[in-house]
Design a protein around this ligand. Structure first.
Ligand code: NAP
Ligand code: HSE
Length: 428
């Protein structure tokens, strides 16, 4: 039987996994799709580099156009990364009627709508399951599994590097800079770890998840982003004393035609299942009006977990080819939605304040909360030897982001509050 020919762009971590799974599971795969699958050509930057798996030298090329313009190639699997050049290759491949499977969240978060529009125009498939939460089939779950429901909240640990760092800081008391170095050495972090630790990688993934979950066009600019570089051991310790873990959470919420998306370090109740997701693992919690609460857990990166999702997309494309239904993905962004303003976004908050330690200070602080219409849930003052200053930790009831900003502004002119050391959203 005529094999389906694949052009693989990239033979790094994920590309190597794709070759291993396509070759190692060939019988299973060809039984599922009704044809052998052949990786016919592979793009690399350096053909002379030693590879960890045996690869026929004749299959390797350093020229992307050899693959993109090869009429024998049916499907392009893009696992090279990059944005501008990679987009050019993908658009050209679509122009030539080739289907695309990609793991590239950067590309899909920034140019997904344009690429998907081109694919629809050309009757081609573009699938990108591996772009979010590597080995967890969360995209297919949102698009197919929950097609019958209206999703109201998606809350995820979608960056393994930051979860690894926060886990080590919480469980071992390790310093932020030391664990970041370790995460880089272990290969979890992106080439430039700024995009991991400052939340951009997670924001790109949340752009993809919220667009699919809310069936709307969510732009990266719609995501409010704060990374973990400001998280201290003190925050983690006080959080634990009150029953919280600090996690970098992507949170997308929808009410009717209003939505919000954020990525920020968040105090999550230790009783919430997402608080127990540790190390490089990812998890995505999804709430739907009909289904209620669900959660999906697994490896968010790595050679074989990520390649599992890539090859599953490949199988889906080939099945569509056999049925002659490529490019018939429904228009998924039909909801016209508006971004919530700060007075429409509400959560509980955790505040760590450095304050003067004298009679009446707590009353002054409580007055500020009262003036801004923010209700306090609990207050903790750790017992310290009597000094001129101390720490106070306050957890609020639900309050709008706007009201909380008013509280923080008012503290700037209250001399009893020497410094607002930390503010966190609270969940769970
Ligand atoms: P990687 O290990 O750095 O591999 C990149 C591969 O692409 C290498 O084989 C490299 O060639 C080739 N390449 C890069 N730029 C090229 C260029 N301009 N021309 C020709 N070849 C080029 O990357 P990766 O970790 O596999 O990630 C690939 C993609 O998957 C990225 O979009 C990433 O965000 C996404 N992803 C990765 C993971 C993960 O766990 N790693 C998880 C989810 C998604 P050489 O081998 O010759 O250097
Ligand atoms: N740097 C990413 C992470 C890799 O840490 O999750 C997977 O996208």
């Amino acid at each position: 039987m005529k094999p389906i020919k694949i052009g693989l762009l990239g033979l790094g971590t994920v590309g190597t996994g794709v070759v291993k799974i396509v070759e190692g599971h060939q019988d299973d795969l060809s039984n599922q799709v009704g044809s052998p699958i052949s990786i016919a050509q592979i793009l690399v930057k350096d053909r002379r580099k030693t590879r960890s798996i045996p690869i026929e030298a004749a299959k390797l090329t350093e020229d992307p156009w050899d693959i993109v313009r090869n009429p024998d190639i049916d499907i392009i699997v893009e696992v090279m990364g990059g944005i501008a050049q990679t987009k050019e290759y993908i658009l050209e491949a679509l122009e030539r009627g080739k289907h695309i499977v990609t793991a590239n969240k950067d590309l899909m978060a920034l140019h997904g709508q344009e690429i998907l529009a081109k694919a629809r125009d050309k009757g081609c498939d573009v699938l990108y399951e591996a772009s979010v939460a590597g080995g967890i089939p969360i995209i297919r779950t949102l698009v197919e599994g929950f097609s019958s429901d209206r999703i109201t909240k998606i809350m995820g640990i979608v960056n393994g590097t930051t979860n690894y760092i926060l886990t080590k800081m919480s469980q071992e008391g390790a310093a932020y800079a030391d664990v970041l170095k370790e995460a880089q050495e272990l290969g979890y972090a992106e080439t430039d770890p700024t995009s991991d630790v400052e939340g951009l990688d997670a924001a790109r993934k949340m752009t993809i998840l919220s667009s699919l979950g809310f069936r709307s066009n969510v732009d990266l600019d719609n995501v409010s982003v704060r990374g973990i570089s400001g998280v201290t051991q003190e925050d983690i310790r006080y959080g634990k004393r009150l029953g919280y873990e600090v996690k970098l959470l992507g949170i997308a919420e929808r009410q009717d035609d209003l939505f919000s998306v954020s990525v920020e370090p968040t105090m999550i109740k230790t009783t919430h299942p997402i608080a127990a997701v540790n190390g490089v693992f990812n998890a995505v919690y999804v709430h739907g009006e009909a289904v209620g609460e669900t959660m999906f857990y697994g490896a968010g990166a790595g050679e074989l977990p990520t390649a599992t999702s890539v090859v599953a997309d490949l199988v889906a494309v080939i099945k569509n080819m056999k049925l002659g239904v490529n490019g018939r993905q429904a228009q998924l962004s039909y909801n016209v939605m508006k971004l919530k303003s700060d007075d429409q976004i509400a959560s509980k908050f955790f505040l760590l304040l450095h304050v003067e330690d004298r009679a009446g200070v707590l009353a002054q602080i409580a007055q500020v909360f009262s003036d801004c219409d923010v209700s306090i849930e609990s207050v903790m003052q750790p017992s310290t030897p009597h000094q001129s200053s101390t720490e106070i930790i306050i957890i609020t009831h639900q309050a709008s982001k706007k009201a909380m900003n008013e509280v923080l502004n008012a503290f700037e002119s209250l001399s009893a509050v020497r410094r607002v050391k930390s503010v966190y959203r609270v969940e769970g």
